[in-house]
Design a protein around this ligand. Structure first.
Ligand code: PLP
Length: 478
């Protein structure tokens, strides 16, 4: 019997790699086996299609292509132009954006491109105009130093980390926190929801240059129309980082006030989370910021990755198909079924539920820290990550929360029935795990006690749950 195209492609690739460094070929094979076995609930991960994966393994990787389509600093970029133009066109059509810049290598890079585009538009361009010169090289030393000081003295208002915001939205460990004077808005302690009046108040007091919306651990929709009104009321540029929920925007689950594209001045995203593309980033904007955004490379990016841009074009073409909208809706249906299953078993959830792809468990009710819960679940074949909850008493390292998401399991085909079974497995592990103690008898935030036989039993049940839903069913590595 002849092998299908996917199996032939991956088997041949591994054979070629194995001839040079067999340990890499083995690790690639082992990674597929591990991913096939585990119940992956990491909210930021997914499984890209074989076509998307295969588009990355080729000689496009060898090409330098600084510049933009048709305006390169290197010769011989005609084929890179083809794939970059295709990726940008699919992105514009999919999201209804005037402009798409598909070069960012990651979500962090996309944010840096956006920040510098905004700084160039709002701070540098007016300074050049005032000095009556065309580019920074033409500024006098004095004007240049004044501009540098001004660029480094701008303000950003974003969502606080413990409410679900992202490190790249102006927090100190990230370069954005060193670039900007940052203040953040949190969520209402009683409901866990964004309080738009408080955001407006913070904006009025702080007068930020940039208002950022977007999150990696907030389980609810954000009203981008209201956020834009707040930005407009203080003259801020409104940026949305949809890294986590781009797939829900692409699949038209988030529409109207909840679709960031018509409301934001600029939108950034990753392409590998709910959007299910290759590991990378992207920026969408209107015509006003397009020229500045296109300067991302070499402003903050190294040479573009043409092989990844080719894969972005493939994945975005997939996301434009009608079945992607169905996929996006099933992500949310599954997250809500998982949330309901957990609530029914007494688990505490931040905001009491979800209307996107993620659920945030407050595991303090089980007497555990996020770290203990994360490890106990991992021992039981359930892959999640710990995450702070609002006003977390255990801080960002140990935390009191577990973040789970459904994009990956939904790609595998699991549905609401399996989500209830998943809730049962999670609840069983957490309710059977005890917090451990240090050698001196004080309570530990990391140690825990879980009967290995139970962990084993749950692992088996987790893989049984997956047996009807093969991962990469077309790929048989032999
Ligand atoms: C994941 C994420 C990023 C960073 O993406 P990378 O590709 O890991 O750089 C940025 N912003 C948000 C909101 C994210 O969730």
């Amino acid at each position: 019997m002849s092998l299908n195209a996917e199996s032939t492609a991956f088997r041949s690739a591994l054979e070629v790699i194995r001839a040079v460094e067999p340990r890499v070929a083995d690790a690639i094979g082992a990674e597929l086996a591990d991913q096939r076995e585990s119940l992956k609930l990491i909210a930021s991960e997914n499984y890209a299609s074989p076509a998307t994966l295969l588009a990355m393994g080729n000689w496009f990787s060898d090409k330098y292509a600084e510049g933009t389509v048709g305006r390169r600093f290197y010769a011989g970029c005609q084929n890179v132009d083809t794939v970059e133009a295709l990726a940008a066109e699919h992105a514009r059509e999919l999201f209804g954006a005037a402009h798409a810049y598909v070069q960012p290598h990651s979500g962090i890079d996309a944010n840096l491109v956006a920040f510098w585009a905004i700084l160039a538009d709002r701070v540098e361009s007016p300074a050049l105009k005032k000095a009556q010169v065309r580019q920074v090289n033409d500024l006098t030393e004095t004007d240049w130093f004044a501009l540098r000081r001004e660029l480094g003295n701008q303000r950003m208002l974003g969502m606080s980390l413990d409410a679900g915001g992202h490190l790249t939205h102006g927090f100190r460990p990230n370069i954005s926190g060193k670039m900007f004077d940052q203040r953040s808005y949190g969520t209402d302690p009683a409901t866990g929801l964004i309080d738009y009046d408080r955001v407006a108040e913070a904006a009025r007091e702080f007068k930020p240059l940039i208002l950022v919306a977007g999150y990696s651990a907030y389980p609810r929709k954000v009203n981008f129309r209201i956020m834009r009104e707040i930005a407009d009321s203080v003259g801020a540029t409104f940026m949305v980082d949809m890294a986590h929920f781009a797939g829900l925007v692409a699949g038209k689950v988030f529409t109207g006030d909840f679709d960031p594209v018509p409301h934001a001045h600029i939108v950034t995203t990753t392409t590998h989370k709910s959007l299910r593309g290759p590991r990378g980033g992207m920026v969408l904007c209107g015509p006003e910021l397009a020229d500045q955004v296109d300067r991302g490379c070499p402003m903050v990016l190294g040479g573009p990755l043409p092989h990844v841009m080719g894969a972005k074009a493939v994945a975005l073409a997939e996301a434009r198909r009608p079945d992607f909208a169905d996929y996006a809706q099933r992500i949310v249906d599954n997250a809500q079924a998982l949330a309901e299953g957990l609530l029914r078993r007494g688990t505490k959830l931040v905001t009491g539920g979800t209307d996107n792809h993620l659920v945030l468990l407050d595991v303090s009710g089980y007497g555990l820290t996020g770290r203990q819960a994360e490890q106990a679940l991992l021992d039981s074949g359930i892959v999640t990550n710990r995450n702070a909850v609002p006003q977390d008493p255990n801080g960002a390292w140990y935390t009191s929360g577990i973040r789970i998401g459904t994009p990956a399991l939904t790609t595998r085909g699991l549905g609401v029935a399996e989500m209830d079974a998943t809730a049962e497995l999670i609840h069983t592990v957490l309710s059977q795990t005890q917090a451990g103690s240090n050698p001196d008898g004080t309570p530990s935030k990391a140690k825990y006690v879980l009967d290995p036989a139970l962990a084993d039993k749950i692992s088996k049940q987790a893989s049984e749950l997956l047996t009807g839903f093969p991962l990469y069913p077309a790929v048989d590595l032999g």
